[in-house]
Design a protein around this ligand. Structure first.
Ligand SMILES: Cc1cc2nc3c(=O)[nH]c(=O)nc-3n(C[C@H](O)[C@H](O)[C@H](O)COP(=O)(O)OP(=O)(O)OC[C@H]3O[C@@H](n4cnc5c(N)ncnc54)[C@H](O)[C@@H]3O)c2cc1C
Length: 277
């Protein structure tokens, strides 16, 4: 199938991109790497009359660091992160997550911002950035800026708290201390596929952060404060049955197979993090 006809523009500034979107938010879509939107256009699941390409906007391709944060432009590709261009807010985690996304051709074009905005429940960055406590910086409909914590960003499968005339500009990730530990485990049938189950774990004794996040649950990532508290208190990997009970009691509709996969992913992620301590 071929896409419906559309115009494409490559604005020279964020203001111009915002203006183009604001003129006709319903009929316009931002395009970044096109790795998710491209197939949707070809299948006519999306039929915008205009695409606004943000990959050439200098602000969106930038990477900055401050004493407290690493800021990744929304149009930074998975490949740049995999290649270590982004200073790690916690040693090794971003490169590990990026390298596990699809295969290199997809990573060369796909962007962190596109992945977050697409909000596929099985995608990697939505889970990893929730575990890292990231905040998203957005150019809002009136041309101002607003911040959305990752914990409130994804509302469900392919749904976010961004309005249709907003543009994600930056992913701001807090820097963790040298004592921080992380684990990230993704179960998928074949290399290069989306995950059947993901578990992310980040703990930093200095900032008293301990987060357990499950991904590929069919909706937004599931954050378990109960498991995080248990790990912080005992310093041990919770038994599989405990994790399964937490997942069963989460209120999500999860099959027994999914619960088993998520529990295994969690066990491997936390083991990886704690064995490194
Ligand atoms: C074969 C294949 C395998 C894949 N496997 C994985 C995997 O294992 N794990 C994984 O996480 N992902 C996977 N992906 C998805 C890939 O990571 C995509 O790069 C990503 O989902 C979308 O990023 P993109 O830059 O291509 O966004 P696009 O396709 O350009 O856009 C996606 C959506 O985000 C919106 N958007 C993009 N940028 C912005 C912005 N700055 N502000 C507002 N809205 C914006 C677009 O309007 C569109 O709705 C796979 C893709 C393919 C094709």
């Amino acid at each position: 199938m071929k896409p419906s006809p559309f115009e494409i523009s490559c604005p020279g500034s964020l203001d111009a991109a915002h203006k183009a979107l604001h003129e006709n938010p319903r009929g316009t879509r931002i395009i970044s790497g096109g790795q998710s939107l491209g197939p949707m256009l070809n299948l006519r699941l999306a039929r915008p009359s205009r695409l606004v390409d943000v990959t050439g906007l200098s602000g969106l391709a930038e990477i900055r660091q401050t004493d407290s944060h690493v800021e990744i432009g929304a149009a930074v590709t998975h490949a740049r992160i995999e290649d270590g261009e982004v200073p790690d807010p916690i040693p090794g985690m971003l490169r590990h997550v990026a390298a596990g996304i699809a295969y290199r051709a997809v990573r060369n074009r796909g962007t962190i911002g596109g992945s977050l905005c697409h909000a596929d429940p099985a995608a990697d960055w939505v889970t990893a950035m929730t575990a890292l406590g990231a905040t998203l910086l957005v150019r809002d409909g009136s041309g101002g800026a607003r911040e959305i914590p990752m914990s409130g960003f994804m509302l469900g499968a392919y749904r976010t708290s961004m309005a249709e005339d907003e543009i994600l500009t930056t992913v701001r990730v807090p820097r963790h201390s040298d004592r921080a530990r992380w684990g990230y485990y993704k179960i998928c049938r074949k290399v290069g596929e989306f995950a059947d189950a993901i578990a992310g774990f980040v703990a930093d004794p200095e900032s008293r952060v301990c987060r357990v996040v499950f991904g590929s649950t069919g909706g937004a990532p599931l954050v378990s404060t109960e498991l995080a508290q248990q790990i912080a208190t005992t310093g041990a990997v919770p038994p599989l049955d405990t994790v399964k009970t937490v997942l069963r009691d989460s209120g999500l509709t999860l099959s027994d197979v999914k619960i088993h996969q998520l529990a295994i992913a969690h066990s491997r992620a936390v083991t990886e993090a704690l064995s490194d301590a």
